[in-house]
Every structure is written in C-alpha cells, then in structure tokens.
Design a protein around this ligand. Sequence first.
Ligand code: ADE
Length: 254
Amino acid sequence: MRFDVFTLLPDVFHPYLASSILQRAHQRGLIDVHVHNIRDWTHDRHHVTDDEPYAGGGGMVMKVEPVFEAVESVLGPSTSASTGSARQLKAACPIILLTPQGRVFTQKVAAELSAHPRLALICGRYEGVDERIRAHLATDEISIGDYVLTGGELPAMILIDAVARLIPGVLGDPDGAADDSHASGLLEYPHYTRPPEFRGWRVPEILLSGDHTKIAKWRREQSLLRTLERRPDLLETAELSEKERKFLIEHGYT
Ligand code: ADE
C-alpha cells in the first residue's frame, strides 16, 4: 500500500517511519510512504506557503496553489474535483485532509482505508487551509479526535500506523490485529506474560490451565466486562449474542 503525504514538515515523518514496525513493513515491500514537501511547489523567491485571511481574523491560512500543484503533480492532473475523470481517480486514491473538522478516525475508518491500494494525506498547518483545498481537492476529511493540534502531521502518522498494521503481513502474528481493542467493537481482554507471580500478584490460573475453550470464554467475558466498566458507549454498537447481552445485564448493564 502506498501513502503520499503532503506536508510543510517532511522531516518529522522519517524518524518514526524508520524505527518502528513500519520500517520492517517497508523493507518487505508491504508499505511505501512518500513524503512530499509542499514548499517545493511554490514559485516565489521566499517559498511562501501561507497568507493572511481575507477580511481579517487571526492567524495565517495555508495557500491553495502550492497544495493543488503538489497533489496534482504527484497523483496526476485529473485529481481535482472539477474534471470528469476525477471520480475514478478519487475511487482509486482517496485524498484525505487531516483537520479537526473531519469525521472522527476510528478502527472502523482505519479498516475501511486499508482496503485502498493508495492514500494521499494532506497535512494542514497554520490556523487553517484555504477552503478551496477542502472543497475541490480533498475527497475525505479526517480528525483524530476532538482537540486541536498545531498541524496534521501527527494525525497523518497516526492514520498511517493504524492503517498499515491492518495490512496482511505487517504484524508478525497473522491474527495480531483481530483481537485488538476496538477491532470487534469491544475493548481487548487483559494480557499477561512470565513470570506467573510478581510481588505476590498472580497471573489468573485459567491462563495457565491449557484449556483453550475455557480461556477463550474467559477472555471474551473480560473483554465484555472491561468495555462495560470503561467504555459502555461501545456496547450500543458492538455485535453481541443474546447470551452476552444477558451476561452484561447480570453485571449491571442497563
Ligand atoms: N489538525 C489539527 N488538529 C487535528 C486533529 N485533531 N485531527 C486531524 N488534524 C488535525
């Protein structure tokens, strides 16, 4: 899967991409991240990428021309929404603007995006981006949560990480992502590793029992209880059997 990132801070991506599981995924040809500096598509002497907002109001606004030029020169000129073939290209490669005004990024959105062979990510900076980028270039807008960061770079890295680990082969364990918190709509069960006892705190006996049916049942119940305790809102949309609903009601779910 290929990611094309458009940013004014290209250097912040490399240290993380080069020192995580993503580096291994890249070496194995599973992901390919191309980071493009929007400043390379400016034509003035000072390589200006921002300007004052029309009609005033605080802060600076990211200029429209360099962003369009950057994205179009990497993805092809039919990228912009005004052309007929744009829809085809849009379908093949979503152009995602990272913005606190976007739809909220969840595991479900990560799974949806992981089905694409290529994603383009535009990182906003300054107080905002010229509205024409949102209206006529981006095909999707994503927020990583209801808080405001200084730019879209960290959100883009979070998106790449969450999407990449869903690509088959990126995680060492082929089932690695299946049990994750949120993958099933629930929080994940607790994990333990050696030693069996640490400062008097023992690993639950059932995990040492070797009885895989009982362990699977215990894990599912822990997952349900944990979600009930910490994120009861998730239970409204999680896929649950009648038996599981009854179990939750017995434990206080209303
Ligand atoms: N840029 C600034 N804050 C952001 C957020 N919460 N999500 C995505 N992009 C952003």
